[in-house]
Design a protein around this ligand. Structure first.
Ligand SMILES: Nc1ncnc2c1ncn2[C@@H]1O[C@H](COP(=O)(O)OP(=O)(O)OP(=O)(O)O)[C@@H](O)[C@H]1O
Ligand SMILES: [Mg+2]
Length: 367
């Protein structure tokens, strides 16, 4: 199957979705959502349960009418266009194959509905089944397939009609951990090969980071940040995003002064200077410092530039060792790599080197 000739973009503008809740009355499942998906891009909606991911996807698909705002696919305003006329492929969490149809007929379904001639149909289905690694499975029935194989059939069924847009709603959540990792790789390479503009929903941050060109982080119906995995990891705009993308330490601190791109703060009972930390807050302001576990260094004993700490726990994980270290009554999560990464025993008094750059400083009351 060839890649899509002219991939289209998607644009949600000022989208609200209101629902009636029996106790709370009117509730917003989506609130002033503005999202642009570039042609050929794989964009992921990421956020906790109930934040509005499925609702937003359903609006793009045309299964849910927004209470306000518009949906564009390419240059066309499809806000009032029926789902069937939007040329979209959808892969759901429970892939819902037709149980009484074999693999071939499950995949061929969309082409039959479009009255494709038998020869075209056979060529296309054969093509797509090879692509998802299921050549030879044509006559198998859904109940004879593993979860991962069923998921591939669902994927094949969605893309065989060459939709202009592909939507995924937690497609891997029914699979075991190992299969999830291999399937997400397959989805990503297939998506890149075909160049179909794709919106992918997950609440698994690792899956989102692995698969996406860009990630939209949502919370309580709103978009809270948009960026590549790296941008969100290195520069989270809020404590919520910092905690949601990757593991992190949030350390309370008080600003002491700023000069020449350097910020001095009181943190874990000591004065610490950061390079290149951005903040509009003045002296005395309470903040939270986002320190990633791999940016904190450990040394055998207190040395200049370190603060004293005690190792509270150690987990050896092969290529890395994870520690919990107590510094001034704060628990720090630290990851060390390399040959001697596991050298600090629980109970040991050590030196902890806090990072002097690459630290995000957030206002203390952000969430
Ligand atoms: N048809 C509906 N009627 C009333 N409320 C609804 C309806 N559909 C969704 N909601 C509410 O809208 C909010 C967002 O739901 P949505 O399904 O979009 O969440 P989600 O981000 O996909 O969560 P999850 O990760 O659990 O699938 C929830 O609070 C939900 O209770
Ligand atoms: Mg959902």
């Amino acid at each position: 199957m060839d890649s899509v000739a002219n991939p289209v973009g998607i644009r949600l503008t000022g989208m609200d979705v209101k629902f009636h809740h029996r106790v709370k009355g009117e509730v917003y499942a989506a609130r002033d959502v503005n999202i642009t998906v570039a042609p050929g891009e794989l964009l992921t909606l990421l956020g906790p349960s109930g934040c509005g991911k499925t609702t937003s996807l359903r609006v793009i698909a045309g299964f849910q009418k927004p209470s306000a705002g518009t949906v564009h696919i390419g240059d066309r305003d499809v806000t009032n266009v029926l789902a069937n006329d939007r040329d979209i492929g959808f892969v759901f969490q429970n892939y819902a194959l037709f149980p009484h149809l074999n693999v071939f007929e499950n995949v061929a379904y969309g082409l039959r509905v479009r009255s494709q001639p038998q020869a075209v149909l056979e060529a296309s289905v054969g093509d797509i089944l090879r692509m998802v690694g299921l050549a030879g499975y044509e006559r198998q029935m859904p109940h004879q397939l593993s979860g991962g194989e069923q998921q591939r059939v669902a994927l094949a069924r969605a893309i065989v009609v060459k939709p202009r847009v592909l939507l995924f709603d937690e497609p891997l959540s029914n699979l075991d951990a190992k299969l999830r990792v291999s399937m997400r790789g397959e989805i990503q390479s297939l998506q890149k090969r075909l160049g179909i503009t794709t919106v992918y929903v997950t609440h698994d941050q690792e899956e989102a980071m692995a698969i996406s060109d860009r990630i939209v982080v949502m919370n309580q119906g709103r978009v809270v940040q948009v960026g590549t995995a790296g941008e969100l990891y290195r520069s989270p705009a809020s404590i919520f995003v910092a905690g949601f993308i990757g593991r992190t330490n949030l350390l309370p601190a008080v600003i002491r002064g700023a000069a020449g791109g350097r910020l001095t703060l009181d943190i874990v009972g000591t004065a610490h200077t950061l390079d290149g930390a951005q903040t509009d807050l003045g002296s005395g302001s309470k903040v939270q410092c986002v320190m990633r576990p791999e940016t904190i260094g450990l040394t055998p004993e207190s040395a200049p530039g370190t603060v004293p700490g005690i190792v509270r726990s150690r987990t050896y994980l092969g290529e890395k060792t994870e520690y919990t270290v107590e510094v001034s009554r704060q628990q720090l999560f630290v990851v060390q790599f390399g040959a001697d990464a596991e050298r600090f025993a629980p109970g040991a008094a050590i030196g902890v080197a806090l990072p002097v750059s690459g630290v995000q400083v957030l206002s203390g009351d952000q969430s």
